[in-house]
Design a binder for this molecule. Structure first.
Ligand SMILES: [Fe+2]
Ligand SMILES: [Fe+2]
Length: 191
């Protein structure tokens, strides 16, 4: 349903269960970067009304997620640290073509894939993490990230024809599968 070509394996689940603090800190930065990406799309394409309206709401929602994750961090006596970076998202961004409108379409589709992978991983965290409060928290994020995935695909279809968009999404999903396979085992949202 999420379109992903490679399922997250048990090795990742074991790595995140062993270091929930690191996962929360990394997750907080993911939410912040999702908001930053939404704002950067507004900066880059101010004339695209549907995009601007959707990104204005998305940036708010992602910052609400950021605020919730940081609360989980502080309640547990952990600290927010500097962003360690996200090799997965960096690798995906190298796939974005540089000429317009391909750049816009690829940026939207890569964003949809990041949302899909995050959604898949929140589902796993909601199933496996020991603490009930965190299980409920991750579970509450599953639906909103699935909706964000759909939103980005819908926006891409607004700015290019559906067949072209769907073919490119399929291509990018295969490439994403290769990237996620190559990064296995880090206790990070996209590790
Ligand atoms: Fe989010
Ligand atoms: Fe999201």
């Amino acid at each position: 349903m999420l379109g992903l070509t490679s399922a997250t394996n048990a090795e990742w689940v074991a790595a995140v269960l062993a270091d929930p603090a690191r996962v929360l800190v990394d997750h907080a930065h993911c939410e912040k970067k999702a908001a930053t990406m939404a704002i950067s799309l507004i900066n880059r394409y101010p004339e695209r009304r549907e995009l601007v309206e959707a990104m204005a709401l998305l940036a708010q929602e992602e910052m609400e997620h950021f605020a919730s994750v940081t609360q989980k961090i502080y309640e547990r006596g952990y600290k927010l640290k500097h962003d360690a970076g996200d090799k997965y998202v960096q690798a995906l961004h190298t796939l974005i073509r540089t000429n317009e409108p391909d750049r816009l379409i690829d940026t939207l589709l890569v964003s949809s894939i990041v949302e899909a992978r995050s959604c898949e991983r929140f589902q796993l965290l909601a199933q496996h993490i020991a603490e009930e409060d965190l299980r409920q928290f991750y579970s509450s994020l599953v639906e909103s990230e699935a909706q964000h995935r759909t939103l980005f695909v819908r926006l891409a279809r607004t700015y290019a024809d559906r067949r072209t968009v769907d073919a490119r999404l399929e291509e990018l999903n295969v490439l994403e599968g290769n990237i996620i396979e190559s990064l296995r085992g880090e206790p990070a949202m996209h590790g």
